[in-house]
Design a protein around this ligand. Sequence first.
Ligand code: URA
Length: 193
Amino acid sequence: MPELYEKMLRDIGHCDDYANRTIVLGEGNADSPTLVFVGEAPGATEEMQGRPFVGTAGRNLDEMLEALGCARSDIFITNLVKVRPVKRNQTTGRLSNRPPTRDEVAFFVPYLLEELALIRPKCVVTLGNFALTALVGSKDATIGRMHGKLIRAGFDLFPLYHPAAAIYNRKLREVMQEDILKLRNVLEEIYEA
Ligand code: URA
């Protein structure tokens, strides 16, 4: 892992778009944990602290982990894109988050695949659409159709809605809670964790 991350820091540092930007690496149990969670990209708080999921979405993720009976130290948490995607407001000059571009996703996917190959989790839990479509490699793999189900295709995948979805869409909360219970069952029955 450290070697991969050193290589990642070197490569990204050489890339004009990312030089001098904070690179938010993954953290947690990198030694074949049962679950690795993969988010979309860091936000402002993550960029400030250099750690994944430490802002508002992170608080929601912590609640999801508690419902699962997992501690952060049991699992590994990382992002598809490891630099905060930002846009600048032309009037105020302020930076705000934006979704990752296709180029950003294409740049970071190989690192994520290498990261997952090294960590060797039993199951990859994708959070939101970006991580899911990047790993399945198809735009047809949408979170609306695939959430809350164990997919066994080469490696095990369990798509969940992004924890930030509960902030913007309160109706999704119930669905997300049901999905967590389904994942908890998978943990107990399939992985015996
Ligand atoms: N959203 C993500 O997808 N990742 C983070 O690290 C924080 C918010």
